[in-house]
Design a binder for this molecule. Structure first.
Ligand SMILES: C[S@@+](CC[C@H](N)C(=O)[O-])C[C@H]1O[C@@H](n2cnc3c(N)ncnc32)[C@H](O)[C@@H]1O
Length: 303
């Protein structure tokens, strides 16, 4: 299968497709390309949004943004907002950066970062208008449960990052993860479930959403404004009382993760990645899984 090179520019006018669907935006000639990488945290460690984007605008942070589809969609449909995509996997960020750069988007930056560190240390509290989290990794092995992103402490960090009344948008295809999110998110957010697809993306905002829907998996979506009736010390107390994410993520759903890992960038027409067809249930093939994960270097996995 021919794989897209994450660093090779595409000719102007190319329509990029992912899973048979066009990626938002068009490839522009090189003279219109922009800088889309945030490579280092600034001296002092905390991002100055105005310095980064060259203007003062509402900021949206996409946590675990993968190869950037949801960020591109947001940045193109909302040019009045600025977007920062974070992912701890360097390879997906290379694809995401190339896509934003070649589309000439001035309102997008992507950083390779552990979201917990970024929110805890590098993003200024009370400054962000929205945080989006599309399909956080479920992690199926009990010993990996401590890698799950959504914890009371992480929601506390999101609450702290958001400006008063700022919005959390979150979704998953994992039923157990969703039960957990429904249990803990209302402590910090006026959380509502969102029935059906988001209006701006009837086929899915993110790559993972599109893939999951092709498998007939349900998508659980929700959003909520940061509660303004809890002060920082009450929020910390709340976080300490909430349970950790110790749910059973159901290994039968692992096949989708394999498919996702195997097709990180663009997709060859007709490939499994392009059509999105994969076994829906049943144990994942351990040999194949090993092969896929060997291909991703330890560095790319953020280890
Ligand atoms: C299931 S993928 C979803 C990607 C994308 N949001 C989508 O919906 O297509 C989860 C992503 O979260 C990233 N991730 C996992 N843990 C992370 C962390 N602690 N910090 C930043 N990114 C993380 C993974 O590298 C992966 O790209």
């Amino acid at each position: 299968m021919a794989k897209e090179n994450p660093d090779k520019p595409l000719p102007p006018g190319t329509i990029e497709h992912e899973l048979g669907l066009p990626l938002p935006g068009a490839i522009l000639p090189p003279e219109k390309w922009t800088v889309s990488a945030l490579r280092d945290w600034p001296p002092g460690g905390v991002v100055d949004w105005e310095g980064l984007f060259g203007r003062r605008a509402p900021v949206v942070v996409d946590v675990g943004c993968g190869n950037g589809r949801s960020v591109l969609l947001g940045a193109i449909t909302h040019p009045e907002q600025d977007f920062l995509g974070l992912d701890n996997l360097p390879l997906v960020i290379r694809y995401a950066r190339k896509r934003a750069r070649q589309r000439g988007l001035g309102n997008v930056r992507f950083a390779v970062a552990d979201a917990r560190t970024a929110l805890g240390l590098h993003l200024p509290a009370g400054t962000v208008s929205q945080v989006h989290i599309y399909h956080p990794q479920p992690y199926y092995e009990p010993r990996q449960a401590n890698r799950r992103l959504i914890t009371p402490e992480f929601l506390l960090a999101v609450h702290r990052l958001l400006a008063p009344g700022g919005l959390l948008v979150i979704q998953t295809d994992n039923p157990a993860y969703w039960q957990y999110i429904r249990q803990v998110a209302p402590a910090f957010f006026d959380f509502q479930e969102h029935p059906g697809p988001w209006e701006d993306a009837p086929e899915g905002r993110s790559r993972r959403e599109i893939m999951a829907r092709r498998q007939g998996l349900p998508i659980f979506r929700g959003a909520g404004r940061a509660r303004t009736d809890i002060d920082p010390s009450a929020a910390r107390d709340l976080a300490a009382q909430l349970p950790p994410p110790a749910f059973n993520a159901d290994r039968r759903l692992m096949a989708l993760d394999e498919l996702e890992a195997a097709g990180l960038g663009g997709d060859a027409p007709g490939s499994a990645q392009e059509t999105g067809v994969v076994r829906r249930t049943g144990p994942a093939n351990p040999q194949r899984r090993k092969k896929i994960w060997r291909r991703r270097s330890r560095k790319d996995r953020g280890l």
